[in-house]
Design a binder for this molecule. Structure first.
Ligand code: LLP
Length: 420
């Protein structure tokens, strides 16, 4: 019987068997390991211990309240991109003063809320946003701490959908525009210049782009210092890749080492933040699903499972390869299968041409599903969003109940005139 496992160069086993979780909570269900989440965070902490550095966990990769509470207990700060994520951080016991608000289009309400709760920094991404933040800060008679997100035009060498540091991407502003924004910002009584931010992409498997980005923002900080504009914080973003199949991403320790070396080489004493998401959560979670049917056509064999692209969209959206393993190892039912779900689209698959020994009723686990899994779930085909479970040694807690039809349908209504 396969226990809860995650892959990250080492194999870690929690003590609760996955079939026990499936029996108690049903499927599809995301299962996360507390030990794995904590270990990954601690690796960053240890790796950056020689720098004045803060880890701001990127909420978007896995925003379950329990996961955020766990991060808060470790002493983590947070990186958020919406008012909703800010509410999550607050309700999970996280500190707004340790939280960075990123994102290309913050609404007036989001800025108001962030300033009222004492956010550490709003990372603005355009001149227009600077104007809006200034107006809101003035109206509230507060000072807005701001950083400017720079788009350094560096190729993160990752999937185009998650590459964010190229000229053609919507993110950040170029260096010249950043300078103009800083010059303007220092004149504003309701703004406090905090720092420079950069985030060039996700699932990066090499360190060169990271180091290049650090160099560019240190260049900018030095240029600003020449004009008497003082930067007290460099936000290096997230983006460290993980192993899904046979990628060889740098380890967390190697990444931290590269950051430290880059800072030391430039003799830069400015405080830094990093915003890791995937590297903390991806390989701390699996999606558990049950085989409903096995179906053969002339060309293919399909294992149709009860999980679908609404539960985990990464294979459909990015053609992402995620490992799929049977929970019970057995000899019968071996074959080459496309693992597909019940949704009415051919994009509804978890994996193609996988050699597995499975039969109807068996459980499968999709590995590396702790990041950008549950958070990207939808109700497509009016399917309830999946349950989530946190395993902690020999115990487990359900940290999100399976959605009910009443919850899905509860905020829709039929105009009276259509009721006749
Ligand atoms: N900071 C900022 C400003 C970001 O935009 C992101 C991710 C992160 C930090 C965290 O990056 P990470 O350490 O997780 O790579 N849904 C896609 C990934 C989208 C990433 C968006 N930004 C996927 O499933 O691959």
């Amino acid at each position: 019987m396969s226990h809860f496992v995650y892959r990250n160069d080492l194999l870690y086993a929690e003590l609760v068997p996955l079939d026990q979780i499936a029996k108690s909570v049903g499927t599809p269900t995301y299962v996360y390991s507390r030990a794995a989440l904590e270990e990954h965070w601690q690796e960053f902490k240890i790796g950056l211990s020689k720098l004045d550095a803060s880890i701001r966990y990127s909420v978007k990769s896995n925003s379950n309240l329990a996961v955020l509470a766990l991060m808060a207990r470790l002493g983590s700060g947070f990186d958020i991109v919406s008012g909703g994520e800010l509410e999550r951080v607050i309700r999970a016991g996280g500190q707004p003063e340790q939280t960075i608000f990123s994102g290309v289009a913050k609404s007036r309400e989001e800025i108001e809320r962030a300033l009222s709760v004492g956010i550490f920094s709003i990372n603005l991404e355009s001149y227009a946003e600077l104007i809006r933040i200034t107006e809101v800060a003035q109206a509230l008679n507060l000072t807005a701490p701001i950083s400017v997100r720079v788009n350094p035009n560096i190729d993160a060498k990752t999937h185009p959908y998650i590459s964010t540091g190229l000229e053609e991407n919507k993110f950040g502003v170029n260096v010249d525009e950043a300078i103009a924004i800083f010059r303007h910002a220092v004149q504003q009584p309701h703004l406090k210049v905090v720092g420079i931010a950069v985030h060039i992409g996700s699932q990066m498997t090499s360190l060169e782009p990271v180091v290049e980005a650090i160099d560019r923002i240190i260049d900018l900080a030095e240029q600003l210092a020449d004009e008497n504009i003082w930067i007290s914080h460099l936000d290096l973003g997230g983006g460290l890749g993980v192993r899904y199949r046979d990628e060889q991403p740098p380890t967390i320790a190697e990444y931290c080492n590269a950051v430290q070396t880059a800072m030391n080489r430039r003799n830069c004493q400015i405080a830094v933040s990093i915003e890791p998401g995937r590297s903390i959560t991806a390989n701390a979670g699996v999606l558990l699903s049950q085989v409903e049917y096995v179906k053969s056509t002339e060309k293919k064999q399909f294992a149709i499972v009860d999980g679908a692209m609404n539960d985990l969209i990464r294979p459909a959206l990015y053609d992402a390869w995620m490992e799929i393993v049977p929970v019970q190892l057995k000899q019968t039912g071996s074959g080459v299968y496309d693992i597909v779900g019940p949704i009415c689209e051919s994009a509804d698959f978890f994996g193609k041409q996988r050699t597995l020994a499975i039969e109807p009723g068996d459980l499968i686990a999709v590995h590396s599903a702790g990041a950008y899994g549950a958070v990207m779930a939808s109700n497509y085909n009016t399917r309830p969003k999946p349950a989530e479970v946190l395993v902690d040694g020999d115990q487990f807690d359900q940290i999100r109940s399976r959605e009910t039809f009443d919850e899905i349908l509860g905020n829709e209504s039929i105009p009276v005139k259509l009721l006749k």
